[in-house]
Design a protein. Structure first.
Length: 112
């Protein structure tokens, strides 16, 4: 059974776009926000219609785990929620590599 190291947890805590919702020795639930542009039209005045593009935050969360056989991972799989399985290489890498790996996973998992 692989456990998530305290060093990796501290590096993850320092990431500015990601926040930790829950953690234990084997898994961490991470949250982040996507900004989605919403097009709003204001047709109150027919002679001067207006429209705005508004950035709307969309909250996302996923599981980071080192062990695929724990109870929380089974619950996430049952509900078809994204799971990022850690490798030792990522656990031992620097903050920039961790951020890049999380960004890539987030973009791949939540494609519309």
């Amino acid at each position: 059974m692989i456990k998530i190291s305290e060093k990796f947890f501290l590096k993850l805590k320092k990431q500015e776009n990601y926040y930790i919702l829950r953690h234990d020795d084997e898994s961490i639930i991470i949250g982040t926000n996507f900004l989605i542009k919403v097009h709003k039209e204001n047709l109150g005045n027919i002679f001067q219609p207006r429209h705005d593009n508004i950035d709307t935050p969309f909250p996302l969360f996923f599981l980071i785990t080192a062990n695929e056989k724990n109870e929380l991972t089974k619950d996430f799989k049952k509900r078809k929620l994204p799971i990022y399985v850690l490798s030792k290489k990522i656990m031992e890498s620097n903050n920039e590599d961790i951020r890049q790996a999380l960004d890539e996973f987030t973009l791949e998992s939540f494609k519309v």
